[in-house]
Design a binder for this molecule. Structure first.
Ligand code: SF4
Ligand code: SF4
Length: 149
C-alpha cells in the first residue's frame, strides 16, 4: 500500500469523491486520518501500489491535490530518552524499550499530518523527510492533472 496525502478545496469538499473513486475503479482506499471542515479537507489515505496511478489521476481529475506525505525519521544516537515524543504520539508509534532506547514504528506513524514528535524533541533527534516516489512524480510531470487551485 502507498500512503497519499489528499487535499480538497472548499469548492469540492462536500463531494463524495473518495467513495465515487472506490466504486468507479473498484479499488480499496483506506482512510487513515481526515481533517475536514467547510473550508476544505486534508486526508491521509492508503491505496494499493498497483492502483496508485489511476487513483491519483481520478482524484486530480476531480480537483483534488495529491502528494506524498513526509515521513518521520529518528536518529536514535541523538536521543536522550526524555520520553516527550512517546507521551505525545497519538497512535503509539513511539515506545521506549527496556534500555530506554526509542523504538519507532513506521507502519503506525501518520507522518506529516501529525509531526507532534518533531516539534517536541529537545535534541532534534526526529525529523520530517520527503519521500521519493518516481511514479507519482512522473505522473505529475505527464500532466495527470485536475483543476489547479
Ligand atoms: S509524527 Fe505523530 S504519529 Fe508519527 S511518530 Fe510522531 S507523534 Fe507519532
Ligand atoms: S523526544 Fe527526542 S530525545 Fe526525547 S525520547 Fe523522543 S527522540 Fe528521544
Amino acid at each position: 500500500m502507498v500512503r497519499l496525502l489528499l487535499r480538497f478545496g472548499e469548492e469540492i469538499v462536500d463531494q463524495p469523491i473518495v467513495s465515487e473513486i472506490i466504486l468507479e475503479l473498484k479499488v480499496p482506499i483506506n482512510i487513515i486520518t481526515a481533517l475536514v471542515n467547510s473550508k476544505g479537507g486534508e486526508v491521509l489515505a492508503e491505496v494499493p501500489q498497483e492502483a496508485m496511478d489511476k487513483v491519483v489521476a481520478a482524484l486530480r481529475k476531480r480537483g483534488a491535490t495529491v502528494s506524498l506525505p513526509k515521513l518521520i525519521e529518528v536518529e536514535t544516537e541523538k536521543c536522550i530518552s526524555c520520553g516527550s515524543c512517546v507521551s505525545l504520539c497519538p497512535v503509539e508509534a513511539i515506545t521506549l524499550d527496556n534500555e530506554l532506547s526509542v523504538v519507532f514504528s513506521k507502519e503506525k506513524c501518520v507522518g506529516s499530518t501529525c509531526s507532534a514528535c518533531v516539534d517536541a524533541c529537545p535534541v532534534k533527534a526526529i525529523k520530517s523527510v520527503k519521500q521519493n516516489n518516481h511514479e507519482l512524480i512522473n505522473s505529475r510531470l505527464k500532466g495527470v492533472t485536475g483543476k489547479k487551485r
